[in-house]
Design a protein around this ligand. Structure first.
Ligand code: AMP
Ligand code: TRP
Length: 342
């Protein structure tokens, strides 16, 4: 299949499960904004169907969906330039996911590290939805024939599975219908680590709030969390290999680099030799200058719920216009009677 058969189109999603944090921002959201350009269609989704694969309180789910939408817009996504919507409002995602449930193999799903991590030792009691999660994710992407998917490093395996599903579907039905999607995992902070433990990913589910910077944190809280971040007693090196075996130092350098749109190498040229006592306040100042305007804009937008709901509804309508014909053609390929349009 030639890559050129498909018009370039960007799709990505974030779960509305609360605590949007710096890892989500640098690994995903900021990249979404960078990819919002006039010559490419960008579609960004609040994946509420994915969120309920683990229990969500209904009121909190609704709140988190609106808050995530506010975060998207506050970070720089423009509803006139990108399609912004929540997944449940475009039924084609769930419909295509069913087809993919019949394409994907049990063994593929069992290998997923996110499944193993989230289900833990008690797989028998995990929801069936959590197991089938990657198949819905493949449907999110492929119901738009998306060619590029910006995500953090932890989603790489899911995107490989999306490619496997597209390849198997195309092969089984003898078509060149679904694109083989490219993951876009780039920038200095594809994996932001916990501020308390450089071996653990920054995560919304970490019990310690000090481990992460939330997008709703105010300037004082951001500065305090960086001041208290775990480090080591050495000064910063001036070259990258000086960060080997220093996960906490590496993490703060990567955060600095991503926030200032530089590479880690560039940051070290400037910062090499500085102690953390000097570097941390600089990082705190940079973080506050980039994040505080986003959090205050989020708070402002959360005061305008009707406007958020209107943006989501309009986005869902635009998304459906792209997704519905692709689902329709899929049904035809599969042999579902009555699928012809019009
Ligand atoms: P989630 O909140 O799990 O829906 O993740 C949304 C996006 O944020 C995905 O693209 C993730 O890869 C990305 N992400 C989540 N945590 C991190 C992290 N600690 N570092 C970098 N990217 C992350
Ligand atoms: N699984 C992703 C995460 O937890 C969220 C997601 C769902 C997604 N559907 C997607 C990301 C489609 C990219 C494309 O981070």
């Amino acid at each position: 299949m030639t890559e050129t058969q498909f018009t370039p189109r960007v799709f990505s999603g974030i779960q509305p499960s609360g605590n949007l944090h710096l890892g989500n921002y640098l690994g995903a959201l900021k990249r979404f904004v960078d990819m919002q350009k006039p010559d490419i269609e960008t579609i960004y989704c609040m994946v509420d169907l994915h969120a309920i694969t683990v229990w969500q309180d209904p009121k909190e789910l609704a709140h988190s969906t609106r808050e995530l939408c506010a975060g998207f817009i506050a970070a720089g996504l423009d509803p006139e330039k990108s399609i912004l919507f929540n997944q449940s409002q475009v039924p084609e995602h769930a419909q295509l996911a069913w087809i993919f449930n019949c394409v994907a193999r049990m063994g593929w799903m069992q290998r997923m590290t996110q499944w193993k991590d989230k289900a833990g030792k008690n797989q028998q009691n995990a929801s069936l939805g959590l197991f089938a999660y990657p198949s819905l994710m493949a449907a999110d992407i492929l119901t738009y024939h998306a060619t590029h998917v910006p995500v953090g490093d932890d989603q790489k395996q899911h995107l490989e599975l999306t490619r496997d599903i597209a390849i198997k579907f195309n092969h089984d039905y003898g078509v060149d219908f679904f694109p083989i999607t490219e993951p876009v995992i780039e920038g200095a902070a594809t994996r932001v680590m916990s501020l308390r433990d450089g071996s653990k990913k920054m995560s919304k589910s970490d019990p310690s709030d000090m481990s992460r910077i939330n997008m709703t944190d105010d300037a004082d809280t951001i500065a305090k969390k960086i001041r208290k971040a775990k480090t080591d007693p050495e000064a910063l090196p001036s070259e990258l290999d000086g960060l080997d075996e220093r996960p906490e130092a590496r993490n703060l350098v990567n955060i600095y680099a991503a926030l200032s749109d530089q590479t880690a190498e560039q940051v070290l040229v400037e910062m090499g030799g500085k102690q953390f006592g000097e570097f941390k306040p600089m990082l705190a100042e940079l973080a506050v200058s980039k994040l505080a305007p986003i959090s205050s804009e989020m708070a402002h937008l959360m005061g305008e719920q009707a406007e958020i709901d209107r943006i989501l509804a309009k986005g869902a309508e635009k998304a459906r216009a792209v997704a519905a014909p692709i689902l329709q053609q899929t049904y035809e390929i599969v042999g579902m009677v009555g699928a012809k349009q019009g």
